[in-house]
Every structure is written in C-alpha cells, then in structure tokens.
Ligand binder design. Structure first.
Ligand SMILES: *Cc1c(COP(=O)(O)O)cnc(C)c1O
Length: 370
C-alpha cells in the first residue's frame, strides 16, 4: 500500500504479554482473537500468542473461526458468541468448539446430528448476555447434548465488572461454582477470567483464563505489560494561514494569529473519528491540536514550527498512550483499536524484523504454525 498511514503491531511485545500473563495466573491461556484480534490482524497475533504458549484461540463467530482455519490454524478453537444450530455440521467438520447457551439452542442443535460437536456450557452468572440462567435448564441441556454424543469439553462464564467490582465478581463466581458442582463432570476446560480477572481473581476451580485486551498491554491490575500497538501517519502538506482564516468543513476553526497548519492523510474512514477534533497528536516533539472538523480521509493540525513533508506523526503510541486517547474520547481502548479500519496498513515487528503487509500476505498460509 502506498498511503502513509499505518498501524504497527509489535509481536515481540504481544509474545511477552502472553508469557507474563500465563506466569501470573499459572493456568492455561485462551487467547481471545475476536474481531480480527481487536483489529490487529488475527493470523499475525495468532502466531505470536501461540509462540508464547497460548493453549487455545477464541473468536466471536463461526465466520471468524473459519477465517483462522483458512489461515492454517488447526489447534484448539472456541467460539464465544452465538452460533446457528443449522451450521452444526460445519462446526463439527472444522473441529470448532461452541458454547451451549440456552434451551432453544440446545433443542435445535439436537435436530442436527450433533454427535462429535465440542461443547462448552455457557453459564450466565449476572451479565445477562448469553448463557443459562437457570440450573434445571443447564442440567437438562447438558444431559441431552451428552446423550446425543456431543463432546462436553468445557464450562464457562463471563465477568462483567472484573475491572472494578470485587464483590459482584465474587458473586458471579459463586454462581459459576454452583453450576460446575451441579454438573459434576470432568470438564477439560473450566474458565471464567477475562484479562483483568486473570491478574487478581484466584480460584481453585477454573483451569484456563481468557485474555483479550491484555494481549495489547491493557490491564487495570498489571502495569508491567508492554504496549505493542501504535497508530501513525505522516505530514502531506504544510502551510501558513493568516489570522481569521478558517479551516476545514463547516469553517469551525479560526486562526487567531499567523499559524502553521499541516494536513495528514487520516480521517474518520480510518477510524480516526470526528470526536478527535480538539485533541492532539504528536509530531516532531510537538503536541499538535487537531483543528477543524476531521474529514473522511484527511485532517488538519496546528504546528508550532514547520516540518518537512513526510514527517512522521503519532496518533497513539509511545508519546500518546492508547488509554489516554480512549479516556479523552470517553470510550475504552478496545473501541479505538477495533475501529481502525481495513484500509489502514498493518505493519508487524517480530523477532525485531519488520514485516510489510505484502510480505505477510505471501507468508500467510504458513503463518500460524509455529
Ligand atoms: C471479549 C471476551 C473476552 C476477553 O475480554 P478482555 O477484557 O478483552 O480480556 C473473554 N471472554 C469473553 C466471553 C469475551 O467476549
């Protein structure tokens, strides 16, 4: 690609973070690579997390699971979200584990010859998204799926407030433990922790942790993780404007004095949303305010001193922390990185070699086997 706007993912740092979290929890690691690994590129992140010892990969849907299969991953693979029982055969053929999450789902799956389907019982312990809320229904579905020849390999729940509410997390866990005890089955995979819980929630029942955002260094309770992701662009034009001149669509910014304005090739279609107006980006040692409305493909910033064309600009990275950008925008880091759109080139560093996307694409079929 020729446009100078790119997202860099340092796979060495990814690898470090996964090793560190595995060391902290002492359990198996399920690396959550949903939404194209939070926008960072599932096949590349997969090879780094597997090299670091991840024991299973998880995604949100059958489409995402099949994407990883097509990219050459043939290890343990779990879908976390809903699936259509009509697709039971495809899930079995591709050796994909799926959650059983309500009586209706189980009933429908039973009509599609589910023998051999790998199932994780999903228990809703307070989030009210998917999962069995009722013990009898959980037990009934478990028994019937087992009888039909499903491989009952796991049971799990999901914490909704592990980043701040110890009391509610414990309450959720108590409900989960009751469910595990009720089914009284030698599950291979028992899991409840997300990234934050992986660090502080210690329990004697679960044997695996599901980590997503911490792969990218974000964790409320652990500050020694690395930050692998950064977003960059470059200056495409620099100009002086006179006092009173206006900038951008709607002429919403007026120069107060003679000012130096640079244009950057990044806009809301790249995921650099309009709410970034008034925030700053980093360029040549300066924090530079975004002036005027963010356009679809471009944006203007105010500089303190002129710089040559092609001077690099950091949107977030070493100088502007992803978490600070998220809090400025009244959102969470997950949303910022997931919204970086497909037209932004992804570049990867691994074993300190830089890999262009073009190279990566050529390597892709072999990428996931480590
Ligand atoms: C997204 C997700 C995770 C990962 O959560 P993080 O906060 O990113 O660690 C784990 N489990 C389920 C069910 C999820 O949907």
């Amino acid at each position: 690609m020729y446009r100078n706007t790119w997202m860099e993912v340092n796979l060495d740092a990814v690898e470090y973070n996964v090793r560190r979290l595995k060391e902290i929890c002492g359990k198996k690691i399920i690396a959550v690579l949903k939404a194209d690994a939070y926008g960072c590129g599932d096949s590349h992140v997969a090879k780094a997390v597997l090299a670091a010892g991840a024991d299973m990969l998880a995604v949100s849907s059958l489409d995402e699971a099949l994407m990883l299969r097509n990219e050459g991953y043939d290890g343990e693979l779990l879908i976390l979200g809903a699936t259509d029982p009509e697709d039971t055969k495809i899930m079995i053929e591709n050796n994909i584990s799926v959650p059983a999450y309500c009586p209706e789902w189980a009933e429908k799956v039973l009509k599609h010859n589910p023998a051999g389907l790998k199932v994780h019982m999903k228990v809703d312990t307070g989030m009210n998204r998917i999962g069995f809320k009722n013990q009898e229904e959980l037990k009934m579905a478990f028994d019937r799926l087992k009888e039909a020849g499903c491989l009952m390999e796991g049971i799990f729940t999901h914490f909704c407030c592990a980043d701040f509410d110890e009391i509610f997390t414990n309450l959720q866990f108590d409900r989960f433990r009751d469910a595990v005890e009720l089914l009284d089955y030698p599950f291979k995979w028992i899991h409840c922790d997300n990234s934050d819980a992986t660090v502080w929630f210690k329990d004697p029942i679960s044997n695996a942790c599901r980590i997503g955002i911490s792969i990218y260094g974000i964790n409320t309770y652990c500050d020694d993780l690395r930050h692998p992701v950064s977003l960059h662009t470059t200056v495409t034009m620099v100009k002086k404007v006179k006092p009173g001149e206006k900038i951008g669509y709607g002429s919403t910014y007026t120069a107060r004095k003679e000012e130096i304005i640079a244009t950057l090739p990044i806009g809301y279609a790249d995921g650099f949303i309009r709410a970034n107006k008034g925030r700053s980006v980093w360029c040549d040692g300066m924090m530079c305010e975004v002036v005027g409305n963010v356009c679809m493909d471009q944006v203007m910033i105010r500089l303190e001193h002129a710089v040559p064309l092609n001077t690099p600009v950091e949107i977030f990275g070493p100088h502007i922390h992803l978490e600070d950008m998220a809090s400025d925008l009244n959102t969470i880091p997950y949303e910022i990185i997931c919204l970086i759109s497909g037209r932004v080139t992804r570049t990867y560093i691994w074993h300190s070699e830089e890999e262009t996307e073009e190279n990566a694409r050529l390597l892709k079929s072999a990428v996931i086997t480590v």
